[in-house]
Structures are given as C-alpha cells and as structure tokens.
Design a protein around this ligand. Structure first.
Ligand SMILES: [Fe+2]
Ligand SMILES: [Fe+2]
Length: 189
C-alpha cells in the first residue's frame, strides 16, 4: 500500500479531515488524474526506459532501497502526528531530491531529455510538489496541537535520517557495482 494512503488513514483516525482530504487529492493526482489516467510512476518509469534504455519496471530494489522501504513502513506504523511529520518530510524534500535526479539524468544523457520526461519533471518541480508541500503544511497547521509538536518532529527526523543513510548507501552501491562491472569487462579482454 502507498505510504500516502497509510498517512491518510492516520489523519482520519484523529479526525484531521482537511489533511486527509489533501492527501486524497494527492493520491488521485499520483494515480493519473491530471495526466490522462497515466500514473506518475508509469510516466517516470517509461520515460527513464526510453531515455536511458534501462529496464526500470522490471528492476527489483537494491539492498539499501529495500532497507529504506522497510524503515519507512515501520515509521508509518507509528501514531498520527509522527506519521504526518514523516509524510511532510517526504513532501518537503521532494524538490531538492528531484532536482538532483534531473541533473543525474541530464549528465547520463549528455543533453536534452525526451519531451515526456521533461514534462514529468517540469510539472513536479514547478507545480505539483510546491502544492503538496504547501497543502500539507497549511492543513496540518490547522489541526496540530503544541503537545504534538515533538511527535511530528520525531517523525520528520526519522524520515530525514532514513533518507540520509539511503543516499549514502546508494552512492556506495553505485561505486561497488561500477567496480564489479569494470572487473567483469577487464576479465573478458
Ligand atoms: Fe507525482
Ligand atoms: Fe509530492
């Protein structure tokens, strides 16, 4: 199940209905409401497959990515303010994260991106993710009580820590797979 859906259910548990509504709209958008029924996942996966010629849809998560997913799963089993702090962390970091990915793709392509992929990133960077961050921040602010600030913060930081470790380990995985690949190529010759 989507983590956003888990967060929506947590918001409903404590009757933070405005937050639940905001998350419901985000899920609908994610599933393709504004993109002719094509989900954002599909847009990105297809775009990357076309642009880079790599099998994105049939790739299983690496060890560190599996670990991240398990950590996020456990974070989303906590109480509502904690879970919404975690959800806010994901939205609040999406623009710097996507910007980094755009740089990486441009570097790999050595030039311009295919039109559909460019559209995916343009819409996320200039509209959708800005709306998600603002929408979540303002709706949560309408419900959260001072005694819940610590829980919210703890959930926020749990995700930040998990993502920090993930990016570090992704770099290590990339370096070691490059070394393995290099050795395999060297053996062939
Ligand atoms: Fe999206
Ligand atoms: Fe988002």
């Amino acid at each position: 199940m989507f983590f956003t859906e888990l967060a929506r259910q947590k918001a409903l548990e404590v009757q933070w209905n405005g937050v639940a509504q905001e998350l419901k709209e985000n899920i609908a958008e994610e599933m393709g409401l504004g993109t002719q029924g094509v989900s954002h996942y599909m847009l990105l996966a297809q775009g990357l497959e076309e642009a880079l010629g790599v099998p994105v849809k049939n790739t299983t998560p690496s060890i560190t990515t599996s670990k991240l997913l398990r950590t996020v799963q456990s974070v989303f089993n906590q109480q509502p303010a904690y879970v919404l702090g975690a959800t806010y962390a994901i939205e609040a970091t999406s623009i710097p994260e996507l910007s980094l990915i755009v740089q990486l793709i441009k570097w790999l392509l050595e030039g311009a991106m295919p039109k559909d992929l460019q559209y995916f990133f343009n819409k996320h960077l200039n509209q959708w993710e800005l709306e998600h961050e603002e929408g979540l921040r303002t709706t949560i602010a309408a419900y959260i009580q001072p005694e819940q600030f610590r829980e919210f913060e703890a959930g926020f930081l749990a995700i930040m820590d998990a993502m920090e470790i993930w990016w570090q380990e992704l770099a290590q995985e990339a370096i070691s797979s490059k070394v393995t690949l290099g050795m395999a190529i060297a053996k062939k010759h």
